[in-house]
Design a protein around this ligand. Structure first.
Ligand code: AMP
Length: 417
């Protein structure tokens, strides 16, 4: 047997998946976000330029396909690891001039990470971007929108919203230098943190080792390096969130993995997810547009919901969710020789909008038991007698009762039940 690729999964029942997706789409549309689609394949260069060469995603997790042809030479294409850079590319390539451009997209992302619960090599993200929005009021609204979505639309209650403020690039440069001085004096840092200290210093805070975590509780904080303007923005953001009754925790060590973030960053985490606890994350990126090649910068804010992790949370409370009712299933069971009549009858039922399946294998007893296992509401049995009389036997699978009706009346009998 050929097994699926490591870190990927088959989703064989999409009831919860579709419910969650529809709910999010419907909810973000209330905030006037419009759906877009971008390709799964993007130039490797796009991510190198935007996410940062030293980020884990670019340095070791990208799925890259290299193809070469005589005419075009060698081309490196990535299976997209995230959606923000591609959304900006689409914004520039589509010459969008109406800002803020409020869009969302949904689809698979690819990262070559070590698979574990909630961490896959192919995973789904629901991505939301508001491009060309300098005011942090947009940040407050997007964060509040996500919080309301999780709380009121999905009834999630065991999660926390962490927020932090990364300041401007000058403030971060100042902080990085202060942090470097502090870390240089530490003797117990793990090997990963020693590397990150040199390559991508803010990422040291992501370290899970208790010794390092303990050191970082005493480390200087970015929030202390903010200038007056940033301090005011950070204060206003928190006030606006409070105004909207959004509960949050300030996490001064939240930096998030990608280089393009500045000012606001946030993450929704749930202890119910275990080690991979973040199920949504985002932040502001004010210079990504110029990094990708735009002439004018467009300060922006975005977020990605880790859809697989959201589903893990929803599975735990699925009995409390308003999942749509499955439509009643009608199963047609023809005796030997009545298969064509069964096809015609199915055609009529489906035309009338009734979900219908024809069984045409095995004894009537076997087909009845199959229909039962499929959860049929009604079985429509067609024997020789019924064919001669132009009738059909309708068996109510819940009540166990049955009646014989004219075939031409079957639809109206079933619809009126
Ligand atoms: P990021 O694009 O890294 O900011 O991630 C946004 C969200 O996507 C995270 O909070 C996770 O919920 C989800 N996510 C990121 N990487 C993975 C992965 N390998 N498997 C499943 N979900 C992921």
């Amino acid at each position: 047997m050929i097994s699926r690729v490591r870190g990927t999964r088959d989703i064989l029942d999409l009831k919860l998946f579709n419910f969650a997706l529809q709910t999010i789409k419907h909810y973000v549309a209330l905030y006037h976000f419009k759906q877009i689609e971008t390709p799964v394949l993007e130039p490797v260069e796009l991510f190198k330029r935007s996410l940062g060469l030293e980020t884990d995603v670019v340095s070791k997790e990208m799925f890259v396909v290299t193809s070469s042809s005589v005419e075009q030479g060698e081309e490196s294409i990535a299976l997209r690891p995230e959606a923000t850079a591609a959304t900006i590319r689409a914004f520039l390539e589509g010459s969008i001039d109406q800002v803020p451009w409020k869009v969302f997209s949904f689809g698979p992302m690819f990262r070559y990470e070590r698979p574990q619960k909630g961490r896959y090599r192919q995973f789904y993200q629901f991505n939301i971007e508001c491009i060309g929005a300098a005011s942090l009021t947009q940040d407050a609204q997007i964060i509040a929108m996500l919080d309301r979505l999780f709380l009121t639309q999905f009834n999630l209650d065991n999660y926390a919203l962490h927020i932090n403020f990364l300041g401007t690039s000058q403030e971060r440069a100042h902080f990085k230098a202060t942090l470097k001085l502090f870390l240089d004096k530490q003797t117990d840092l793990c090997a990963t943190c020693l590397k990150r200290k040199e390559a991508n210093i803010l990422r040291v805070f992501d370290c899970k080792t208790p010794v390092c975590q303990n050191i970082y509780t005493k480390a200087p904080q970015l929030l202390d390096c903010l200038e007056q303007e940033s301090q005011q923005e950070w204060k206003t953001l928190q006030e606006q969130l409070k105004l909207l009754s959004v509960s949050f925790v300030v996490n001064p060590r939240l930096v998030r993995g990608l280089d393009y973030y500045n000012k606001t960053v946030f993450e929704f985490v749930s202890p119910d997810l275990g080690a991979q606890s973040a199920f949504c994350g985002g932040g502001r990126y004010d210079s990504l547009v110029s990094q990708i090649g735009g002439k004018v910068d467009q300060p922006s804010i975005g977020a990605a919901i880790g859809f697989d992790r959201l589903l893990l949370l929803l599975e735990m409370i699925s009995n409390k969710l308003p999942l749509p009712q499955e439509p009643a299933l009608h199963v047609i069971i023809p005796f030997e020789g009545q298969h064509s009549l069964a096809l015609l009858l199915a055609d009529t039922l489906i035309k009338a909008g009734l979900q219908t399946e024809v069984l045409c294998q095995g004894s009537v007893k076997t087909m009845m038991s199959k229909a039962h296992k499929k959860g049929a509401a009604y079985c429509l049995i067609l024997g020789e007698q019924e064919q001669q009389d132009g009738t059909v036997v309708i068996k109510d699978m819940v009540k166990g009762t049955q009646e014989t009706v004219k075939q031409i009346q079957a639809v109206s009998v079933l619809i009126n039940r």
